[in-house]
Design a protein around this ligand. Structure first.
Ligand code: NAD
Ligand code: TYD
Length: 337
């Protein structure tokens, strides 16, 4: 049976990689991509599927109840994958309102509409950041209590809990995925890895927050999206699945690796004021997803980071238009002054 999927936020980093990955290889899937095209959304990301007969784009806001209802009716939506979000921690520190509007209220509107139309599965794309911060040891499992620390992560945790409550109360077939930090092509250059690659190429300073020893657990975006596909096909309603690739790295290690790969000097590094409330360490245990769903990551950080760096080298036109926007400088100045 055809899956008529509403993908939200499909013009962003992970969502566009997901659509470009899944549509060409599956005849049983039709995708309607609902995206507001915020600063983070970019239709050029979807060039590989523009002509695909199973792809439709709608520009709009997940907070628009009438529009969302119209899409469900018109396209007989029976699956939802909710990627849409305000996704950057630094921006949430500067102003949190839009985070709670999109990430919480928007998710509520999608859930209510999914309930009315009795969808077969609702996948809430979440993050390991909902678990809070780890000390030097241990990993997040699906049973780790939620303890989000930033406006971003608390908005995502709110949405997770709301989605699971729709399963508990109404029997809506909700599945929540919690993934670690993604890297790869098409990531907006406000996040650590693309920012450091592009600044290095332009001989600009690389702003490292605090002591640079914060740890993130990195996963290549395609590994994340392969897990989402498996959850789409086989994820059990009411369940939470952690997704991660066991690739913990200190921020400064990544920055040094990028500098080395680009033949640049460490003098470009600039230690700057720390991010307020900066989580020290994330590490995710994805045993459940691996054993129950048969997923496993394929990409090794040391190799996939090189192909990622090469992608940004070869796609200068993609990021040049973005970094020429004044807003990036604007918020960086605000935050670091
Ligand atoms: P992104 O910021 O690159 O893209 C977000 C997309 O959502 C953009 O295309 C934007 O236009 C769209 N959008 C924002 N508000 C909208 C609204 N109100 N209505 C419709 N569309 C809207 O984000 P990303 O990095 O691709 O993350 C996608 C999802 O994955 C998010 O839910 C995020 O919380 C989650 N996640 C991200 C990471 C990561 O490392 N980037 C890790 C784990 C989970
Ligand atoms: P980021 O890519 O914003 O992801 P998240 O905060 O969601 O994990 O940041 C990853 C790590 O890199 C985090 O510890 C903050 C740090 N960081 C810097 O040191 N400098 C920067 O300019 C940015 C954007 C992040």
């Amino acid at each position: 049976m055809t899956k008529n999927i509403l993908v939200t936020g499909g013009a962003g980093f992970i969502g566009s990689n997901f659509i470009n990955y899944i549509l060409p290889k599956r005849d049983d899937i039709k995708i309607v991509n609902l995206d507001k095209l915020t600063y983070a959304g970019n239709l050029n990301n979807l060039a590989p599927v523009f002509q695909n007969k199973n792809y439709t784009f709608v520009k709009g806001d997940i907070c628009n109840t009438e529009l969302v209802d119209y899409i469900f009716r018109k396209y007989s939506i029976n699956y939802v994958i909710n990627f849409a979000a305000e996704s950057h921690v630094d921006r949430s520190i500067l102003g949190s309102e839009i985070f709670f509007k999109t990430n919480v209220l928007g998710t509520n509107i999608l859930l209510e509409t999914s309930k009315r139309y009795e969808v077969e599965k609702f996948i809430q794309i979440s993050t390991d950041e909902v678990y809070g911060s780890l000390g030097p040891s241990g990993k997040f499992t699906e049973n780790t209590p939620l303890a989000p620390n930033s406006p971003y992560s608390s908005s995502k945790a709110s949405a997770d809990l709301m989605a699971l409550s729709f399963h508990h109360t109404y029997g809506l077939p909700v599945v929540v995925t919690r993934c670690s930090n993604n890297y790869g092509p098409l990531q907006f250059p406000e996040k650590l890895i693309p920012l450091m690659i592009i600044n290095s190429m332009n001989n600009k300073k690389l702003p490292v927050y605090g002591d640079g020893l914060n740890v993130r657990d990195w996963i290549y975006v395609l590994d994340h999206n392969k897990a989402v596909e498996i959850v789409l096909d086989s994820g059990a309603p009411g369940e939470v699945y952690n997704i991660g690739a066991d690739q913990e790295m200190k921020n400064i290690e990544i920055v040094n690796l990028i500098l080395k790969a680009l033949g640049k000097d460490e003098s470009l590094i600039e230690y700057v004021k720390d991010r307020p409330g900066h989580d020290r360490r994330y590490a995710i245990d994805s045993t459940k997803t691996q054993t129950e769903l048969g997923w496993k990551p394929d990409y090794v950080f040391e190799e996939a980071i090189v192909s990622t760096i090469n992608w940004y080298k070869e796609n200068q036109a993609w990021w040049e238009t973005i970094i020429s926007g004044e807003y990036l400088d604007y918020y960086k100045k605000q935050y670091k002054s």
